[in-house]
Design a protein around this ligand. Sequence first.
Ligand SMILES: [Fe+2]
Ligand SMILES: [Fe+2]
Length: 219
Amino acid sequence: MASSTSQVIRDQHASIAAVLHSVSMMVDHGPGDEPERFFDVLRAMLFYIDEFPERQHHPRESDLLFPKLLRVAPELMPVIEGLEADHMKGEGKVRALQHLLLAWELLGESRRLAFEQAAREYVRFYLDHMRCEETELLPTAQRLLTAADWVELDAAFLCAPDPLGPGARDPSFDRLFARIVLTAPAPIGVGRSFHAMDASQSAPQPGFPSSRGRVSTGQ
Ligand SMILES: [Fe+2]
Ligand SMILES: [Fe+2]
């Protein structure tokens, strides 16, 4: 049956993927001559991942979606065990990344490579995780979960809207939203590029919120 939760999960994945692709792009381009803006934006993006996907999105999957799926499709156990292991590691990984970013910002270039390598590995890890959920779990959930299951899931997922998503959001996230969307360069935000060469190209196209749904979890 059709459900809000499936679409909410895909929409939230699209927002997270947009942030991850933007992190990758910024790592590739480097801070240029605007280190302050560069580190501000990256810090805001990592905070978003720590604050929303890690604390709201993953727990709802682990506590509600995964157990319901295991009840109707026990053959998914190995996949769900892998995804659950990812959830357990996720918070530690993003915290480690936040530390590596601060080390680069505060201690200098000697700490840059460690952040760049960890950031690239983290982006791969997270995109693979979301791709697995979308291909291995959601189609089965659509087929096998009951109307009562979806009522419960919809209530849980809809009560914690993505601060970077469409529609109403908790006003306390306004500054975070503004920091990411107004300051980050395209494609995620509307801020100018970090490089004069890129700035000479066409005007940046906002990645949020208009491109949500177009951002794939593929790399
Ligand atoms: Fe997940
Ligand atoms: Fe997910």
